[in-house]
Design a protein around this ligand. Sequence first.
Ligand SMILES: CC(C)(COP(=O)(O)OP(=O)(O)OC[C@H]1O[C@@H](n2cnc3c(N)ncnc32)[C@H](O)[C@@H]1OP(=O)(O)O)[C@@H](O)C(=O)NCCC(=O)NCCS
Length: 171
Amino acid sequence: MSDVKSRVLTPQDWQLYKLARLNSLEDAPDSFGSTYEQEVTLSDTEWQTRLDLKWRGLDALPLIAELEGQAVGLAWGVIHEPDTKMAHIYQMWVSPALRGKGIAKSLLGEISTWAVNKGCECIKLAVTTSNEAAVGFYTSSGYLPTGPLEALRVGSALMVQPMVKRLGNTQ
Ligand SMILES: CC(C)(COP(=O)(O)OP(=O)(O)OC[C@H]1O[C@@H](n2cnc3c(N)ncnc32)[C@H](O)[C@@H]1OP(=O)(O)O)[C@@H](O)C(=O)NCCC(=O)NCCS
């Protein structure tokens, strides 16, 4: 959607990020390992610190998609030491009213470009097997199942499938 703009979140955006993240956890509780109940208790400082990548020593791309000042999408790309050839996708979410318009595709594309520029060879994520929209989304974006199913979180009957996509950096 042409009116939707994405940008990288900074620590100053913590209130916007908090709202979007809590909205996503409330809206799609079966899509994420974390829960609304866990994250709603975080302090203001913890929300700010999450976005303070320098302080955390974290190589990440936290993206927000906005429409008229409202957060309508969220996604993080993260590279965890020591496996710097692998990027990970977390927190992917698009506001229900704006789904099916290519917003997630655009966020995923930005993270893929970032990962390629960082020299990554693969991108990995985990998707709840019963989440047809997300499984369809990642499959249509070229992600393939890899490895065994895992529980979404401790005590959950829901299972997640790790998926991976090879990038263009493999020699
Ligand atoms: C999964 C999710 C992020 C997709 O966001 P979106 O902005 O609607 O997706 P897009 O419009 O960019 O769709 C891109 C492609 O994904 C696929 N896709 C999207 N929604 C789909 C659906 N409901 N069923 C099957 N495939 C789907 C299609 O191939 C689509 O391309 P097309 O429109 O050209 O056919 C969104 O449904 C969402 O936020 N769900 C709740 C949170 C969640 O599950 N996050 C994923 C955690 S792993």
